[in-house]
Write a protein that binds this ligand. Structure first.
Ligand code: PEP
Ligand code: MN
Length: 349
């Protein structure tokens, strides 16, 4: 539930509200609303009687949250969460560009890509070290030797870096070398992994599971938030449908729904959503026009030589074309983002 606090509340009344909740096993989340100070409460309803709380001095009203996710809800936290990764702001007004290979393959390959991203002013480098593959007979990721190649190329070009953790033990291995932990689609409901990531202080890029509903996706984010890590970035990477002309189906609908219902940033991954390099540009632009906070694409100097996901990887020329097309749309999208932001916040008051 949300407790809306009266403007002129006395400090001792405010403290009494917090004490009342904690004594009954509730967790208190203080935050500034748009116009009002609010206290979000998480706990068992049977111990926390809404009518009794509404009667405490200094309480203006109590609003129940019917959604299963609480900390991820915009009611709990009306303002957008902006995740700052070494100065790159995800969830702010400017959408971010994340690019890099599906897998780190060699030192030369990742340095070549990092150099290209830096030239093209992309914001963040991606690269898989540990790879979740559908077949055990395909490349499973370069593993530990690739970590330093990825980290050093990223540091050299001043790019923050994101890489996937497949299991809890990967967290420590990657911790000192990367800036964002990615949770892949296949691990979206690996609750032990989510809890462990919730205890870290690094941003988490949480990909939507291949058949995850909206609330399942949000509940996975809730697992991370509930452990205290507020830096969650959602990622729509396509879902499984009956279509056979693309690898997955890009669910553009989820973007405005995430924006209305939650305060978390959402980026898109048109590479995995389509599986086809020839349609990545229009899908990227559609997602950005719908309100995505950025996009992540797979880029490889020679996609036909890629160890994984070559079909959906852009070569440098295609990546440049994508950025040029994005530039055509960018100002209009930014104008729309400012307007939508205000509308969502006003609806929340
Ligand atoms: C990836 O980003 O390379 C990846 C494996 O993505 P997903 O988990 O979305 O399939
Ligand atoms: Mn991939």
């Amino acid at each position: 539930m949300i407790i809306v606090i009266k403007d002129n509340i006395r400090t001792d009344d405010y403290e009494r509200i917090k004490k009342y909740i904690s004594e009954r096993g509730g967790r208190v989340h203080e935050s500034e609303g748009i116009e009002k100070r609010i206290i979000g409460v998480i706990g068992e309803e049977r111990h926390l009687d809404r009518t009794a709380i509404a009667a405490l001095p200094g309480v203006e009203k109590v609003i129940p949250i019917v959604e299963p996710y609480k900390l991820a809800s915009r009611k709990f936290h009306p303002k957008n969460t902006i995740v700052n990764v070494k100065g790159v702001k995800i969830g702010g007004i400017d959408p971010v560009v994340i690019a890099g290979p599906c897998s780190v393959e060699s030192e030369k390959q990742i340095w070549e890509i990092a150099e290209e991203l830096s030239k093209k002013k992309a914001h963040i480098l991606r690269g898989g070290i540990f790879k979740p593959r559908s077949s055990p007979y395909t490349f499973q990721g370069i593993g530990e030797p690739g970590i330093m190649w990825l980290a050093e190329s990223a540091r050299h070009y001043n790019l923050p870096v994101v890489s996937e953790v497949m299991e809890i033990s990967d967290i420590d291995v990657l911790y000192d070398h990367i800036d964002i932990f990615q949770v892949g689609a296949r691990n979206m409901q690996n609750f032990k992994l989510l809890k462990a990531l919730g205890k870290t202080d690094k941003p988490i890029l949480l990909k939507r599971g291949i058949s995850a509903t909206f609330s399942e996706f949000l509940m996975s984010a809730e697992y991370i938030l509930a452990e205290g890590n507020e830096k969650v970035i959602l990622c729509e990477r396509g879902i499984r449908t009956f279509v056979e002309f693309t690898r997955n189906t890009f669910d553009v609908n989820i973007i405005p729904v995430v924006k209305k219902s939650t305060h978390l940033p959402i980026i898109i991954d048109p590479s995995h959503a389509t599986g086809r390099s020839d349609i990545i540009t229009p899908i990227t632009l559609a997602g950005l026009a719908a309100g995505a906070d950025g996009f992540m694409v797979e880029v490889h100097p020679r996609p036909f030589e890629a160890f994984s996901d070559g079909n959906q990887s852009l070569n440098f020329e295609q990546f440049t074309q994508l950025l040029d097309d994005w530039n055509v749309l960018k100002d209009a999208v930014i104008t729309l983002r400012k307007k939508t932001n205000e509308e969502v916040l006003t609806a929340c008051i």
